[in-house]
Write a protein that binds this ligand. Structure first.
Ligand code: ADP
Ligand code: ZN
Length: 513
């Protein structure tokens, strides 16, 4: 018996046709085959289980990691007449939901993994027909994934308890290793994996080193009309940046978990309704928000991983019109990320390191950004995409090996405890009370990079050395050698700096902090 999903797509969801791989996924699910759908953000994953939930008899159980996400989904599904409910600790109508489920009155039942894996939930599920298990954000099941949740591991016994109920795992972000692991963990066959193309051709990828981030983002805002999201790393940074950017004249709001819930909800609603607002947010913002006309996403600091970068930038331009993703990075971001990795459980470090390396390759490249990004997700792409900063204005490479050696020697001679600014003053031979007191003016490295060409390379060199782990920064900004330092000092490795051409920027009066 085959169900034709198209009439349901049109009548219930109001869409004329399926997009991308939706049809393939839905067909597998309707044929009761276990499936993993890897689809980028905005590709329309929810429909892949919502439509079968409507088409099939019985309830579709949706496992989802976040209560806020479940409630967003619930609202959207109810709005189009799907019979849905959530079963979470904050719901006051749990008894009613359970009764509705037992009477077979629910198309969709959303639960968190910790509840889903419990025995009482399993007993409950035995009391009414089931259509499907949908496991959203399925990368959470994998220790290789970027967001491992141990509770996801406990789902398998539940799934196996109902062997005839098909499983649909969904994720937006999973590299090859993670995908294979998801299949294993959830008992889905290899041929059950459907991967959508990851390219978002209308997004222009831009990456620049930080150099007064507020000013850089203000410039971006001045250039780029339409709604935008700026990601900052901490709550305090969010508020400070929102205030500074507010002075550009664009309506600006902050968004983070520490705000009063009402203020937060209002800021979000204002943003969704607005045609020119800039929202400065921590990364939690954007999950489950359906705003197709976001014209830019800026990162005022490094994302957690290349997956996060893809997911966060993916919130730009869902309507298919041109949009910009601009990342501003600092070498200290990488140093901090490395430190963080050294503190996670040992068996997870390799995976985390791979993801960080992928991110640094993306930042460092003189080639096409899109190509590197897509390669990470296993997509082929042309050599030159024509829509990233490097393709649009190719950077040139400068050999900075000599300056890098001088820099490393100065770090070594001064005892591996001073910061970039001090090392720079030593190399350029600027006398100061501090360098006199330290006796550093007598060192051979004092003033050995005093020509203006060399002096101009010192800061970029320091950044490059930190990025490649030839230098590490301690908590006080003091520099010490990292594992890559030796090869450079011994002349076994070269240091090329990528110099991006200065881009013309239209300045508007008053922009910036
Ligand atoms: P994801 O979870 O993959 O990020 P969503 O399920 O939130 O994506 O869907 C993104 C947007 O695309 C939503 O606004 C949704 O209504 C819309 N959408 C989904 N499927 C279709 C379709 N076949 N045609 C048009 N719009 C669609
Ligand atoms: Zn490119």
């Amino acid at each position: 018996m085959s169900t034709d999903p198209l009439p349901i797509l049109q009548s219930t969801f109001g869409f004329p046709e399926f997009r991308g791989v939706q049809r393939q996924v839905v067909d597998r699910v309707l044929a009761a085959e276990n499936t993993l759908a890897v689809m980028p953000t905005g590709a329309g994953k929810s429909l892949c289980y919502q439509l079968p939930a409507v088409a099939l008899d019985g309830t579709c159980v949706v496992v989802s990691p976040l209560i806020a996400l479940m409630h967003d989904q619930l609202r959207a599904a109810s709005a189009i007449g799907i019979r849905a409910a959530t079963l979470t600790s904050v719901d006051t109508d749990q008894m009613e939901t359970i009764a509705r489920f037992r009477r077979g009155e629910l198309d969709l039942l959303y639960v968190a993994p910790e509840r889903a894996s419990g025995e009482s939930f399993r007993n409950l599920l035995g009391q009414a027909p089931l259509a499907l298990f949908a496991i959203d954000e399925a990368h959470c099941v994998s220790e290789w994934g970027h967001d491992f949740r141990p509770d996801y591991r406990l789902l398998r016994p539940l799934l196996d308890h109902f062997p005839h109920v098909p499983r649909l795992a969904l994720t937006a972000t999973a590299d090859a290793v993670t995908r294979a692991d998801i299949l294993d963990q959830l008992g889905i066959p290899r041929e059950g994996m459907i991967v959508a193309g990851f390219d978002r051709p209308n997004i222009r990828y831009m990456i620049s080193p930080k150099d007064n981030t507020t000013r850089q983002i203000a410039d971006l805002i001045a250039e780029q009309p339409g709604p935008g999201i700026v990601y900052a790393q901490t709550r305090a940074a969010t508020e400070k940046l929102a205030e500074a950017l507010g002075r550009t004249g664009r309506p600006t709001r902050a968004y983070h978990a520490g705000l009063d819930p009402q203020v937060r909800a209002r800021n979000q609603a204002d943003f969704v309704a607005s045609e020119d607002m800039v929202i400065v947010a921590t990364v939690a913002f954007g999950m489950g928000i359906d705003k197709p006309d976001v014209r830019f996403v800026a990162h005022a600091g490094m994302p957690k991983s290349i997956e996060s970068y893809y997911q966060e930038t993916g919130r730009a331009g869902r309507d298919g019109d041109p949009a910009i993703a601009h990342l501003f990075w600092g070498a200290e971001d990488f140093a901090k990320a490395r430190l963080r990795i050294s503190e996670v459980e040992p068996h997870r470090q390799a995976g985390e390191r791979t993801r960080l390396t992928a991110l640094s390759a993306l930042v460092e490249t003189a080639g096409c950004r899109r190509r590197i990004l897509l390669k990470h997700f296993g997509d082929e792409s042309p050599e030159n995409c024509g829509n990233c900063d490097n393709c649009l204005s190719p950077p040139s490479a400068v050999d900075a090996t000599e300056v890098a050696r001088k820099f490393l020697s100065a770090v070594f001679r001064t005892g591996q405890s001073f910061g970039v600014g001090y090392i720079e003053s030593i190399l350029t031979g600027q006398s100061s009370e501090r360098s006199l007191m330290n006796g550093h003016e007598a060192l051979g490295v004092f003033g050995i990079a005093s020509s203006s060409e060399e002096a101009a390379l010192i800061k970029p060199v320091a950044r490059a050395l930190l990025l490649r782990d030839a230098l590490r920064a301690n908590d006080f900004g003091g520099l010490e050698f990292g594992p890559e330092a030796k090869a450079i000092l011994k002349g076994e490795a070269e240091v090329a700096l990528i110099v991006q051409p200065k881009r013309e920027r239209r300045r508007r009066g008053g922009a910036g902090a």
